[in-house]
Design a protein around this ligand. Structure first.
Ligand code: AMP
Length: 142
């Protein structure tokens, strides 16, 4: 497996070199909205420590990512009046991974509504800002 690249796009977001629509942050994880959401409220949960994917992540970081993904899922159910949640996590090119910093997708779903194909359409920044604000508020109640 290739080494972790500290210049990947999510590492730049963690360092504050690129913007994101932040939903939640603690000392170990950052949660923000996917800019090309597969459904409204599509969030990404990432560890702050360097990890390419599930193959090299510190198990405690992975456990914390999962713990926070559960909270994001519960918040997504409320905020988007969802009927379900899809959680996805891809590893290496063959596993569907495009950005090589570990991330868990948390995607609110409605009954009988298909997800958009990956990386099709950029959501408007004001829509993402509003969704991130509502998800962040819901996270505080959980
Ligand atoms: P994957 O590595 O296949 O799990 O996909 C990477 C995901 O990151 C895709 O869903 C992209 O839409 C998303 N993405 C790429 N760049 C950004 C960014 N700057 N901010 C938020 N999401 C991003």
């Amino acid at each position: 497996m290739p080494d972790y690249d500290p210049n990947n796009i999510f590492a730049k977001i963690i360092r504050g070199e690129l913007p994101c629509h932040k939903v939640y942050e603690d000392d170990r994880v950052l949660v923000f909205l996917d800019i090309m959401p597969r459904a409204p409220g599509h969030a990404l949960v990432i560890p702050k420590n360097a990890a390419r994917n599930i193959l090299d992540v510190d198990p405690d970081d992975l456990a914390h990512v999962a713990r926070i993904a559960q909270k994001v899922a519960r918040a997504g159910m409320q905020v988007f009046d969802a009927d379900g949640i899809t959680v996805q996590q891809f590893n290496e090119n063959a596993g569907g991974q495009v950005v090589f910093h570990l991330h868990m997708h948390v995607i609110p779903r409605k009954e009988n509504v298909a997800m958009k194909p990956p990386a099709t359409e950029k959501e408007k920044p004001d829509v993402l800002a509003d969704q991130a604000r509502r998800l962040a508020a819901a996270m505080q109640t959980l």
